[in-house]
Write a protein that binds this ligand. Structure first.
Ligand code: BGC
Length: 400
């Protein structure tokens, strides 16, 4: 009895700790109260569909500028078709007013769930509020919607990606002048990446080994901004830069143009992110050092699958949490892979993300790695194994 008494006051805290530790969080547990189906942070009344009813998903995208977003669009649409959901995709072309209006339209068309890749993570909070007023849950896609009660965040380990870029550069340039080219200041990912980059670089800066010549952000992740930032740093140092930590492949491309113009090609380590075709071609050709590969299919599938779960009021499995300034958002963060010329073949090419002949189109054929792209590789090796087996059998029979 005495023991029970000492435990009793701790019970609510224990319950809270269990909920926040648990990988499995039902919408009710996580976000508290709602009469129809589950409620979300802020206690909105979420509408739910009955089993068998078709779910209508609105997918609001910021942009299709980078190749990856075209994949996102195709793969989200494909998954929705696969699971029998209806999907309506809108693209805002980097305009916040357009994105807000498109989301309002999606809501008035009666979407059951919104998946939003925001242009501006702060402004998009109003999209979450508008959706919640109508009982519609919102999934923040790839980029975090800040200061809101957003229901779920699906993305990659973005801070880790920044660390991977800086780590790559630091291993090759332990001492030297660095240029940091960040992404859009309106995109939370750009901030998380810079945080990750500095986690790694700060000790080297403090030791005096690394000098950060320039530390800026490229508006809307624009390559021309990255070019200007890199050009300025080259001018300022009279060409004395050794590493450009560019946050994505688009900005890496801009930085590389400035490096080429200054005749420093091959002398500067340049990082990137997205494994887009022009970037992996540059890696194969030796002008870009690395990229971060994020297969898009797992991200797209997890967004659509969880949209359905939210719509039907089912439990979500959310192993991660990310603070967005208002709540710790239940999150699913996929793993990125660091890619350079040494593992291009066993990553993006093996997976069929890009074809060998496309990646190495500017490289003499005798320097291509000896791997075929994924589907062919699988088929090819099976055929080869079969041929070997049959050949072996034939030989055995002949020998008898
Ligand atoms: C994405 C990157 C992309 C960038 C520019 C970021 O939020 O995570 O993959 O390159 O936006 O669109």
């Amino acid at each position: 009895m005495r023991r029970l008494k000492t435990w009793l006051p701790a019970l609510p805290a224990l319950a809270l700790a269990l909920v926040s530790l648990g990988g499995c969080v039902s919408p009710q547990q996580n976000q508290g109260g709602g009469n129809t189906g589950a409620g979300a942070g802020g206690g909105y009344q979420r509408k739910t569909k009955k089993p068998g009813e078709t779910v209508r998903i609105g997918f609001s995208m910021d942009t299709l500028k980078e190749e990856r977003w075209q994949r996102d669009k195709q793969l989200v649409e494909a998954r929705a078709r696969e699971v029998g959901a209806e999907i309506n995709v809108q693209v805002a072309n980097s305009d916040d007013a357009v994105q807000t209006k498109q989301c309002d339209n999606l809501l008035s068309l009666g979407m059951d769930v919104l998946i939003v890749a925001p242009h501006n993570g702060e402004i998009a909070a109003s999209i979450v509020e508008a959706a919640h007023r109508q009982g519609v849950p919102v999934i923040s896609y790839d980029r975090l919607i800040r200061n809101s009660d957003v229901d779920l965040y699906v993305s990659h380990q973005v801070e880790r990606m920044g660390e991977m870029q800086a780590q790559y550069a630091l291993e090759r340039v332990p001492k030297g002048n660095y240029v940091l080219v960040g992404g859009a200041p309106t995109d939370n990912n750009a901030m998380l990446m810079r945080k990750g980059q500095m986690n790694v670089l700060k000790p080297a800066v403090d030791r005096g080994d690394v000098k950060i010549i320039s530390d800026q952000y490229a508006k809307d992740w624009r390559a021309d901004e990255a070019l200007r930032i890199t050009e300025d740093a080259i001018t300022k140092t009279n060409g004395n830069i050794q590493a450009v930590v560019a946050s994505n492949d688009g900005t890496a491309g801009g930085a590389i143009s400035a490096i080429e113009a200054a005749k420093l090609t091959g002398k500067v380590v340049v990082t990137g992110q997205d494994a887009q075709l022009d970037a992996v071609q540059r890696i194969a050709a030796g002008t870009q050092s690395m990229t971060i590969y994020k297969p898009i299919k797992p991200l797209a599938d997890s967004a659509v699958d969880n949209a359905l779960k939210l719509a039907y009021g089912e439990q979500l499995s959310t192993p991660d949490r990310i603070a967005n300034g208002k709540i710790d958002v239940p999150s699913i963060l996929h793993k990125p892979t660091s890619v350079d010329k040494n593992n291009l073949a066993e990553t993006v090419i093996k997976d069929g993300y890009h074809k060998l002949e496309d990646v190495y189109k500017d490289v003499p054929r005798d320097q291509w790695p000896k791997v075929a792209s994924a589907p062919k590789a699988a088929g090819g090796s099976f055929a080869a194994a079969l041929a070997l087996l049959l050949g072996g059998l034939g030989l055995a029979l002949r020998l008898r």
